[in-house]
Write a protein that binds this ligand. Structure first.
Ligand SMILES: Cc1ncc(COP(=O)(O)O)c(C=O)c1O
Length: 235
């Protein structure tokens, strides 16, 4: 999941923060934006291995990392749940492929998606696509019932009815979830238009881009706040 809005509070749960345009406050070189996905995939993961410059990134099984006699962490890494170098390399690659401000790896697509929905509070409204991955839709409906969250399902494929979205947005949802191309019909949604309408009322727009991959679509560049993938598919 690549994020423009962040981030895991070190091991304490989830918080949404608008991070602003990519690289606004970082010293990353702009030329990365021009690299093709193949070059990003080939080069980005390997920055961390200063010791051996290995071609394939090493797998780090350590759960924790050495500190000095004052208890200060030496290498900037504390505990593997947040700081595992193998995971950080994959997150860095996905962040660059998606032109994101940051990225987080989860154990499955479902855990990435549900982490987003768990930011919602009782009484919040969300808009989801009528056509979407069935297991996630089932989870959302069950979660929404137990947490008293209002869910409105809309058709986001072509032809897209702007008025229906406008009317659904009048309930001031916190989140508009898109899946494009959508499983299983592969209907395509207009990320720019829908995310812009969501932002007009202060809602976040999240895109499940599993079927597209960052090679074919970069939802953050089109205005989405968060993009996610189930990495057992095309990614
Ligand atoms: C579009 C889409 N999103 C999310 C998921 C869930 O991902 P995972 O199976 O990695 O939990 C799937 C799985 O089939 C999917 O097709």
């Amino acid at each position: 999941m690549a994020l423009r809005v962040l981030r895991q509070h070190k091991g304490l749960g989830w918080r949404l923060v608008r991070a602003g345009p990519r690289y606004l406050s970082s010293d990353k070189p702009r030329h990365l934006d021009q690299l093709r996905p193949g070059t990003i995939s080939a080069q980005i993961p390997f920055g961390d291995d200063k010791q051996y410059n290995s071609v394939v990134p090493a797998i780090y099984p350590s759960s924790t990392f050495v500190r000095d006699q004052n208890g200060t962490n030496i290498a900037g890494k504390i505990y593997a749940r947040d700081d595992n170098p193998t995971v950080l390399a994959a997150e860095g690659t996905i962040r660059e492929l998606e032109f994101g401000a940051d990225a987080l790896l989860f154990s499955s697509g479902m855990s990435a998606a549900t982490a987003v929905f768990k930011i919602l509070r009782p009484g919040d409204h969300v808009i989801v696509p009528r056509v979407m991955y069935w297991a996630l839709r089932g989870w959302i409906m069950d979660f929404a019932k137990r947490w008293k969250i209002e869910v409105k399902a809309l058709d986001f494929g072509e032809p897209f009815d702007k008025n229906k979205l406008r009317s659904a947005l009048s309930t001031r949802p916190k989140l508009v979830w898109l899946e494009t191309p959508a499983n299983p019909t592969w209907s395509v949604s207009d990320i720019s238009e829908i995310s812009s309408m969501a932002h007009d009322i202060g809602a976040f727009c999240v895109v499940d881009s599993t079927a597209a991959t960052p090679v074919l679509s970069q939802p953050l560049n089109l205005g989405a706040d968060i993009v996610m993938h189930s990495a057992t598919k095309y990614l």
